[in-house]
Design a protein around this ligand. Structure first.
Ligand code: 6PG
Length: 231
């Protein structure tokens, strides 16, 4: 696990954008496509916006990119709380990605139905026991990541690629830990003073959901700005 601390959010998102572009080029060169799961929440929005500006439109071959999400709230796709809507507005509507390459979680369905549908789409596109080239994640104040919350049974899902979290309101659909830990690379994006305390708990070895994301055979990178870095 590597952690890189940046003087500013801007520098962090510059690095994250360049990494996204580099990994996409590597994956497309080696395997003909780039399989990525976008994070929800507010943190990654500057990254998504940065990917729409030079030099990235020339560097990312969007017709070869397959976009998924790490998790979704069970709300309609046009709902302000939708992770799909956030990424669509900031990025997907502004790059030449074919509609069929965008695999949103159908939050308008009941959580379990959306989970089954998403699991089938993951299987169809990635293949059985398929793995993402890159998964972007954030961390919540309580140490959750994606929609894997502390002490929730979803954390124990050992088989399925996606799992429903119905004890929240709105309910959620999330990639499971096995699916996250199958990734070739997981990058956490963490900014702001509000994350310092939870990163301190992580560093103290607390068994937080985010601490359980450790790719079996892949890279783990934490990009943290100075505001969020524990002293
Ligand atoms: C979600 C995210 C969630 C998020 C963290 C951090 O659906 O909310 O997937 O895991 O990454 O809660 O959220 P912020 O980036 O808004 O702080």
């Amino acid at each position: 696990m590597r952690r890189v601390i940046f003087r500013s959010k801007e520098e962090l998102f510059e690095r994250a954008s360049a990494l996204f572009a580099r990994r996409s080029a590597e994956a497309i060169e080696r395997r003909g496509r780039f399989l990525v799961a976008l994070s929800g929440g507010k943190t990654p929005r500057p990254l998504y916006e940065r990917l729409t500006t030079e030099p990235y439109p020339r560097e990312i071959d969007w017709p070869c990119v397959q976009v998924f999400w790490s998790d979704e709230r069970c709300v309609p796709p046009e709902d302000p709380a939708s992770n799909y809507r956030s990424a669509r507005e900031a990025l997907l509507d502004r790059v030449p990605i074919p509609a069929e390459n965008v695999h949103r979680i159908h939050g308008e369905l009941p959580a379990e139905d959306a989970t089954v549908r998403y699991g089938e789409e993951l299987e169809t596109v990635l293949g059985t026991a398929g793995r993402f080239d890159l998964v972007l994640l954030g961390i919540g104040d309580d140490g959750h990541t994606a929609s894997l919350f502390p002490k929730h049974e979803a954390l124990e899902e050992a088989e399925r690629a996606a799992v429903a979290v119905e004890t929240l309101s709105p309910a959620r659909v999330t990639l499971s830990l096995p699916m996250l830990n199958r990734a070739r690379e997981v990058v956490f994006l963490v900014t702001g003073r509000g994350k310092r305390e939870v990163l301190g708990r992580l560093d103290a070895g607390e068994d937080l959901p985010a601490a359980r994301v450790r790719p079996d055979d892949g890279r783990l990178l934490w990009l943290v700005d100075r505001e969020a870095a524990p002293r």
